[in-house]
Ligand binder design. Structure first.
Ligand code: T3D
Length: 257
C-alpha cells in the first residue's frame, strides 16, 4: 500500500519506517502523503498503543529532498500543505510517538524528531539544523519545539550557526530520552517500547494534550484542564486496574482503556 515508507504493527506498536535510504530518507511529495496517512492509521487502530517513526539505512531523515525543489517551488505552500499537517497530526495523536533516531536527522528530519514525544537516539546519530546552510529558516515546528525544549539561547545558536551536534551533545541539551550504543540497539529500543505500550494509554494522551495547551494558558485554565482530564482518567478501566494492582501488591496490567 505504501511505497516510500514501511508500516508494520509489532507488539502493539505501529512502526513507520521512512524508506528512501539512497536519498537519506529525504521527503518528496509521496512520502509526505504516505507519512500523514500512516500516522492516521496508527492513531485510529485500537490495538496500537505507541507509534514509532524511524529511518531505513544510515539516516533518520535529511529533510526536504533538495532534488525536488526548484525556483518555481512555493515553499510556503509546501509547508502548509505537506509538512504542517504531519506535525499537527503528531501533536494531536492519541498515541505516544517515539522517534527512533538511527542516524542523521537534518532539516525537516530534525523537526520531525522534535515533534515526537520521545527520542531514542543511536550513539552514532547526529542532528543538524541544516536550513541556514541553504538560506532558509527552520520549519515544521522547529521554532516551536526547540526553544521550549532547550531554551531560547541554545535554540537560536543551533538555528543560526547550523552546526552539526552529536548524539552526546543532543543528550546534554536534553533532547534525548535514551542514548543507545550500537551493540544494545535492538534490545534497548524494544525494552523501551514494551514499557510505553503497557502504560495507561488514555492517561498518556491527556498528559500530552494538557502540556501542549499549558503553554498558552493561565494557571486557572490549566487547573480546569487537569480537573477535566482527571475526571475522565478516573473513569477509565486502567485507573481501576491501577488501584486494584496497588492494593493487591502486583504490577498493573493496563489495557489502554
Ligand atoms: O523545499 C524546501 O527546501 C523547503 C522546505 C524545507 C525543509 C527542509 O528540510 S530544508 C533542509 C533540507 N536538508 C538539508 O539541507 C540537508 C542536506 N544534506 C546534508 O546536509 C547531508 O547530506 C547530511 C548532513 C544529511 C548527511 O551528510 P553525509 O556526508 O552523511 O551524506 P551525503 O554524502 O551528503 O549524502 C548522501 C546522499 O544523500 C547524497 O547522494 P549521492 O551523492 O550519494 O547520490 C546526497 O546528495 C543525498 N542527500 C542528502 N540529503 C539530501 C539528499 N538528497 C536529496 N535531498 C536531501 N536533503
Amino acid at each position: 500500500m505504501f511505497e516510500t515508507i514501511l508500516y508494520e504493527v509489532r507488539k502493539s506498536a505501529a512502526w513507520i519506517t521512512l524508506n528512501r535510504p539512497d536519498k537519506l530518507n529525504s521527503f518528496n511529495a509521496q512520502m509526505h502523503a504516505e507519512l500523514l496517512s500512516a500516522f492516521e492509521k496508527g492513531d485510529q487502530d485500537d490495538d496500537v498503543r505507541a507509534i514509532v517513526i524511524t529511518g531505513a539505512g544510515r539516516a533518520f531523515s535529511a529533510g526536504q529532498d533538495l532534488g525536488e525543489a526548484d525556483a518555481a517551488f512555493d515553499y510556503g505552500e509546501l509547508l502548509t500543505n505537506r509538512y504542517n499537517p504531519i506535525i499537527l497530526k503528531m501533536a494531536a495523536s492519541q498515541k505516544p510517538i517515539v522517534a527512533v533516531v538511527n542516524g542523521t536527522a537534518a532539516g525537516a528530519g530534525f523537526s520531525l524528531a522534535l515533534a515526537a514525544d520521545f527520542r531514542l537516539v543511536s550513539k552514532k546519530a547526529s542532528f543538524l539544523n541544516a536550513f541556514v546552510h541553504i538560506g532558509l529558516v527552520p520549519d515544521s515546528g522547529n521554532t516551536y519545539y526547540l526553544p521550549r525544549m532547550i531554551g531560547h539561547a541554545k535554540a537560536l545558536e543551533l538555528m543560526m550557526l547550523g552546526e552539526k551536534i552529536s548524539a552526546e551533545q543532543a543528550d546534554q541539551l536534553g533532547l534525548v530520552t535514551r542514548m543507545i550504543p550500537a551493540d544494545g540497539w535492538d534490545h534497548e529500543v524494544s525494552e523501551f517500547l514494551d514499557k510505553i505500550v503497557s502504560m495507561p494509554t488514555k492517561a498518556i494522551a491527556m498528559m500530552k494534550s494538557n502540556v501542549q495547551k499549558s503553554w498558552n494558558s493561565t494557571l486557572e485554565e490549566v487547573l480546569d484542564l487537569e480537573a477535566e482530564a482527571q475526571r475522565l482518567a478516573g473513569r477509565s478501566k486502567d485507573h481501576l486496574e491501577g488501584v486494584r494492582a496497588f492494593v493487591e501488591k502486583r504490577k498493573p496490567a493496563f489495557q489502554g482503556k
